[in-house]
Design a protein around this ligand. Structure first.
Ligand SMILES: [Zn+2]
Length: 281
């Protein structure tokens, strides 16, 4: 059985770091993992500083390399989170300057993908918290640019979004349609299981977090038209905010042992992830 964690972070500055995350994940039966860029300040940087963008991208690339060196299938998703975009506006940057900066971070991510260092961009998207309409539309323009550039270099994109069910899915589907995104290459990170099927039918890739009680159970009742994620943040100060990748692996293996799903079902979730990034197995 092959087990894929589609969205995780590792951070030796606040937690146990990639070496240890990968070791524990592998021991629990994990076979594939995608590492996603953290906020620049989580490794000691400051928002809006281009040098720190490079450092956070390099950090993510290194995490994926560590996973591959231990025999896992892995890739890096590099980008700047909408929280960082919003914080620049809140710190007095003009929207024009923030947009230009965010576009620069996407162009840099595109270079990482072209050079084979990363497999996609993320997290881009919209605030999941209450934000001004100005910030939301700025984030939407950035999101659309990310999808356009992703198409140029055949990159996947991890989107961080509000959880407004069908409304969220339909708005992303429309932007993906305009950008001409490749089918199932746009990942709706942290999606509610209830709209996963709709997202899949609209050509997006639902990525279901299985930390919260009930989320895995409702996911496993569906056809295998999604991927799963831990969204592990590797921060000792916030234990239990999400589950670690090794718990994700244990939960999936348990579901098979308890006869809730078959091994083939779990393998199909793995194959879905491979198709997003066109990773070699
Ligand atoms: Zn995340």
């Amino acid at each position: 059985m092959r087990i894929f964690d589609n969205h995780a972070h590792a951070n030796e500055f606040t937690g146990i770091g990639a070496e240890e995350v990968v070791k524990r994940f592998k021991r629990a039966g994990g076979t594939g993992i995608i590492f996603v860029s953290l906020l620049t300040w989580s490794i000691g940087g400051s928002p809006g500083d281009k040098d720190w963008v490079v450092r956070i991208y390099e950090h993510t690339v290194r995490n994926a390399q560590i996973a591959r060196s231990q025999g896992l299938i892995s890739g890096a998703i590099v980008g700047i989170h909408p929280a960082e975009c919003a914080s620049l506006v809140e710190h007095g940057w003009s929207e024009e300057d923030v947009e230009e900066f965010m576009r620069w971070t996407i162009d840099l991510a595109a270079r990482y993908v072209s050079e084979g260092k990363a497999v996609g961009f993320g997290e881009y998207g919209r605030p999941h918290w209450d934000a001004t309409t100005g910030i939301v539309s700025l984030c939407n323009r950035v999101l659309e640019y990310a999808l356009e550039r992703a198409k140029d270099v055949d990159a996947a994109v991890h989107l961080h979004l509000e959880r407004r069910g069908e409304q969220t899915v339909m708005s992303v589907a429309e932007i993906a349609r305009r950008a001409g995104s490749r089918a199932h290459s746009v990942v709706m990170h942290h999606i509610e299981p209830g709209v996963a099927k709709l997202a899949w039918e609209k050509g997006l890739m639902p990525s279901i977090p299985i930390g919260r009680r009930g989320e895995l159970e409702s996911a496993l009742r569906m056809e295998p038209i999604y991927v799963v994620e831990s969204d592990y943040i590797d921060d000792n100060k916030r234990p239990g905010a999400v589950i670690p990748p090794w718990s994700l692996a244990n939960k999936l293996r348990n579901a098979v042992y308890r006869g809730i799903v078959t091994e083939t079902y779990i393998d199909t979730l793995f194959d879905n992830a491979i198709k997003i990034y066109r990773l070699l197995q």
